[in-house]
Ligand binder design. Structure first.
Ligand code: TYD
Length: 204
C-alpha cells in the first residue's frame, strides 16, 4: 500500500464529519490526493447493507446479525474502495472502521471484544489504518449536538444513555491495547483538533 490511511472513531455527535471535512481541505492545500469515505457504506453494496442495519423499524435485529452485517459491509467497502485508493497512493480519510465494531458490538452490546476482533480479522485480513483518531467526548454532549443539528436520528442513536457510555468505555479499552488509536479531546474547537491531528500524521 503506497497511500496513507486515517480512520476516525467516536460516539454519536463527536464531530467526526466536520473534522474530516476540515482535514480534507488542509491536506488538499498540501497537494495531497484525498479520498473521504464512511462506514457502514461508501460503495453501492455496502450502502445497501447500511440501510438494513440502520432502518428504524428493524427493531428485531439480533446483535450477532448486526455484527456480521457490519463486517460484511466493511469487507466490500475495503476491497472495492479503500485498498484501490491506497494502491494509487491516495490519502484515505475514513469515518469509522473496525474499532467501531469492537466498541459498539463487542463492548457496548457485550458480544465480546475478542470475538468481534476475530470476526473482523476474517473480513479485513490484516488491513488496518496507519493511524486512528478517537474523538473522545462525553456522550451527553454528543447526543445534545445531534438533537440540535437536524441530522437524521438512526436506530443506534436511539439506544439508552448507558449504551453510549459503554461505547466510550469500549474505545477507552481499545486505546489501552494499541498505539494506532490516538485519543483526542472532542470538546474543543474543530480547528484546534485538526491542528493536533496534523501534527500526528506522517504522510511520506
Ligand atoms: P452514522 O449515521 O454513520 O453515524 P455517525 O455519524 O455517528 O458515524 O451511523 C453509524 C452508526 O452505526 C453509529 O451509531 C455507529 C454504528 N456502528 C456500529 O455499531 N458498528 C460499526 O462497526 C460501525 C461501522 C458503525
Amino acid at each position: 500500500m503506497k497511500g496513507y490511511w486515517i480512520s476516525f472513531e467516536g460516539g454519536e455527535g463527536s464531530g467526526k464529519t466536520t473534522l474530516i471535512e476540515l482535514l480534507r481541505e488542509a491536506l488538499i492545500k498540501q497537494g495531497q490526493d484525498v479520498v473521504v469515505t464512511r462506514e457502514p457504506g461508501g460503495v453501492r453494496i455496502a450502502e445497501q447493507i447500511r440501510e438494513i442495519i440502520l432502518r428504524l423499524d428493524n427493531t428485531e435485529m439480533d446483535a450477532i446479525t448486526e455484527a456480521l452485517l457490519f463486517a460484511a459491509s466493511r469487507r466490500q467497502h475495503l476491497v472495492e474502495k479503500v485498498l484501490p485508493a491506497l494502491d494509487q497512493g491516495k490519502v484515505v480519510l475514513m469515518d469509522r472502521y473496525v474499532d467501531s465494531s469492537i466498541a459498539y458490538q463487542g463492548y457496548a452490546r457485550e458480544l465480546g471484544m475478542d470475538e468481534i476482533r476475530q470476526l473482523n480479522d476474517f473480513a479485513i485480513q490484516g488491513a488496518l489504518p496507519d493511524i486512528t483518531f478517537w474523538i473522545d467526548l462525553d456522550p451527553a454532549i454528543g447526543l445534545s449536538r445531534i438533537a440540535t443539528s437536524g441530522r437524521k436520528v438512526n436506530r443506534l442513536d436511539k439506544e439508552a444513555k448507558r449504551f453510549h457510555e459503554r461505547v466510550r468505555e469500549g474505545y477507552r479499552r481499545i486505546s489501552q491495547t494499541t498505539d494506532r488509536l490516538v485519543a483526542i479531546d472532542g470538546d474543543q474547537l474543530p480547528e484546534k483538533i485538526v491542528e493536533q491531528i496534523m501534527k500526528r500524521i506522517e504522510i511520506k
